[in-house]
Write a protein that binds this ligand. Structure first.
Ligand code: NAD
Length: 250
């Protein structure tokens, strides 16, 4: 999608961190953005905040309806809504509490799949746009923990690994309708979610990066996201955005 202006986009988790930066970057290039979030922010130029719990199907459908009424069917979907979740598979109190494990899967994985599938179904009914007969593009957010999960990250890793694995699968499934599917696997980014990461872990991760040895900025994520949306030859791919870090075995 080379020309963004006038198209509609859905950005989940669009009120904070990576989602907010992406919503702002899309709005700056003329996209009409609906920022779906559990705690929607206040409206800003080009961004319509929409209350949505991605883990609740009725809430997703209602949010998609609201966004569609305001902006038309979205050709761009960026799934950033997510929660952290730290729990050992076997901790001091015994095996992991499956209710807590499932909550992380519900939001991070099922929420992504729910928005992706519901938005894709609407996108597929649109007219194709260009000589490629493209209808739109979906970018999901995985994590480098999908590849090098560390101790205590099981639920989060299970969700992010599944998002990474589904990228090529969903791209194959949606190809006949001209919908591309992509994912970004971020390293450590400076957002409210990362505020909960203990300082010693932040230092270890940034020190292990190749270069630059710092937190990623949400704008770095948004830049990549827009490049991926723009480039018609990119499909079924998960791109690491992590300054070359590989998480240690711990
Ligand atoms: N920050 C990092 O270092 C990092 C690294 C790798 C992956 N990620 C992933 O990037 C994505 C964005 O994270 P972030 O760092 O910007 O975090 P963040 O906490 O700043 O933003 C997440 C947003 O998602 C929203 N949200 C949470 N649960 C929701 C639900 N059920 N329905 C709708 N919205 C919900 C929150 O309200 C929040 O606004 C997440 O999927 C996260 O797992 C972040």
């Amino acid at each position: 999608m080379r020309d963004f202006a006038g198209h509609a986009a859905l950005v989940t988790g669009g009120a904070s961190g990576l989602g907010l930066a992406t919503a702002q970057a899309l709005a700056q290039v003329g996209v009409r953005v609906a920022a779906l979030d559990l705690q929607p922010g206040s409206p800003s130029p080009g961004i319509l905040p929409v209350a949505c719990n991605v883990a609740d199907e009725a809430s997703v459908i209602a949010a998609l309806d609201t966004a569609e009424t305001a902006h038309g069917v979205a050709r761009i979907v960026v799934n950033c809504a997510g929660i952290p979740g730290s729990m050992r598979l076997v901790g001091r109190d015994g095996p992991v509490d499956m209710t807590r494990f499932a909550q992380v899967i519900d939001v991070n994985l099922l929420g992504t799949v729910s928005v992706m599938s519901k938005a894709a179904a609407r996108m597929m009914a649109l007219a194709p746009l260009d000589p490629d007969e493209a209808r739109g593009v979906i970018v999901n957010t995985a994590s480098i923990t999908a590849y090098e999960g560390q101790i205590g990250q099981g639920a989060y890793v299970a969700a992010k690994g599944a998002i990474a694995a589904m990228t090529i699968q969903a791209a194959r499934e949606f190809a006949a309708k001209g919908v591309r599917v992509l994912a970004i696997a971020p390293g450590l980014f400076h957002t409210p979610m990362a505020a909960d990461v203990p300082p010693e872990m932040v230092e270890a991760i940034t020190n292990d990066a190749i270069f630059p040895r710092r937190f990623g900025a949400p704008e770095d994520f948004a830049d990549l996201c827009l490049s991926m949306i723009r480039n018609p030859m990119l499909n079924g791919e998960v791109i690491r955005l992590d300054a070359g870090v590989r998480l240690r075995a711990r």
